[in-house]
Design a protein around this ligand. Structure first.
Ligand code: COA
Length: 180
């Protein structure tokens, strides 16, 4: 199956402490508590946008057809949406880009590793994807750590390149289905 085959019915992925699932309007209060927090955008490549500052905008209109996966990360114990994860820039069902972020108060508990590792495994076990990859600002040590704990390889350094909307030194990290 291609990852695109899950676009109509997005996956729900359970881990010991998290549920990775589509977000819904009921998640707005939980999202509003952390998505406007500028500190999580330090190495994100762009500042908080309109829907980060006002997450209700995400649900005001019916979703447009999209080739991207945007999933929420729910902390199962509290039921709160404490993070988001994207699998996007999907090329020929074979390669996709990943990105993850969490509420500041939830950093350092291993949630980032738990979520990324589960989604990486899901993609390789259930879709035709052969490569997942991302770009990480060299100063973003927590992100590098979670990628390495999930089995991604640091493949290269781009010096003063364009990462999203900023210019910085950044690493490319990638993982192949044959790596796991
Ligand atoms: C990246 C992010 C998702 C990591 O999530 P997390 O749940 O805090 O990650 P984990 O707890 O699984 O692991 C973080 C690791 O970084 C380490 N770490 C955290 N801050 C650090 C620092 N300043 N210097 C060195 N190591 C640091 C932690 O000790 C841990 O490593 P360990 O398991 O070896 O102890 C989270 O920091 C985040 O949301 N950042 C903002 C958004 C972002 O930049 N996303 C990545 C875009 S590419």
């Amino acid at each position: 199956m291609a990852l695109a085959d899950y676009l109509e019915s997005k996956p729900v992925i359970d881990t010991p402490r998290l549920r990775i699932r589509p977000l819904c309007a009921d998640d707005v209060p939980a999202l509003r508590a952390w998505t406007p927090d500028k500190s999580i955008y330090a190495y994100w490549g762009k500042p908080p946008g309109k829907s980060d500052k006002n997450p209700e905008l995400l649900f005001e209109k019916p979703p447009k057809p999209s080739k991207s996966f945007h999933l929420g990360i729910e902390e199962r114990a509290s039921g709160r949406a404490i993070g988001e994860l994207w699998v996007y820039r999907i090329e020929r069902d074979r390669m996709a880009y990943v990105s993850v972020r969490l509420a500041r108060e939830c950093h350092g508990r291993g949630y980032g590793t738990e979520a990324l590792s589960a989604v990486t495994k899901f993609c390789f076990e259930n879709t035709e994807l052969q490569r997942l990859w991302t770009e990480v600002d060299v100063r973003n040590v927590p992100s590098q750590k979670i990628l390495e704990k999930c089995g991604y390889t640091r493949e290269g350094l781009i010096r003063q390149g364009k990462m999203v909307n900023t210019w910085c030194d950044y690493y490319i990290y990638g993982i192949l289905s044959t790596d796991v």
